[in-house]
Write a protein that binds this ligand. Structure first.
Ligand code: 5GP
Ligand code: ZN
Length: 112
């Protein structure tokens, strides 16, 4: 399957890793939208939140559990935002589930 984030997880495409465990891989966004901008992905291919089901919910829960660890390691003591874009209207450009962790500054109150 031709998936950019699967290639990053495999190491075929380089990335700046910030965290890794059995289920999750996290790396810096190549085009940061905030002083801290980390992408957290499941190591198995899940297309988006729209493909989350009872079958893969355990994996997704492990990925979510990595987020506060990454935020703490990044020093985001004042808070942060987690975003996951889904599909065309959600402006999802990479079709492998990912959670953006954005922080390091006071973020915009605008949600969309
Ligand atoms: P989306 O728009 O799908 O929610 O987010 C995809 C994110 O992946 C974007 O913020 C984009 O900057 C990031 N991105 C795209 N290609 C690469 C890459 O090759 N390396 C890294 N580290 N980030 C990437
Ligand atoms: Zn993938």
């Amino acid at each position: 399957m031709d998936c950019l984030f699967c290639a990053i997880i495999k190491g075929d495409i380089p990335s700046t890793k910030v965290y890794e465990d059995e289920y999750a891989y996290a790396f810096r966004d190549i085009n940061p939208a905030a002083p801290t901008h980390v992408l957290v992905v499941p190591k198995t291919h899940i297309a988006s939140i729209d493909a989350v089901s009872e079958e893969n919910a355990d994996t997704v829960a492990h990925v979510l559990a990595a987020i506060p660890k990454i935020a703490a390691a990044e020093g985001l003591v004042n808070g942060y935002r987690v975003v996951s874009n889904v599909g065309e209207d959600g402006c999802q450009s990479v079709k492998h589930l990912h959670f953006h962790i954005l922080g390091g500054t006071k973020l915009s109150e605008k949600m969309a």
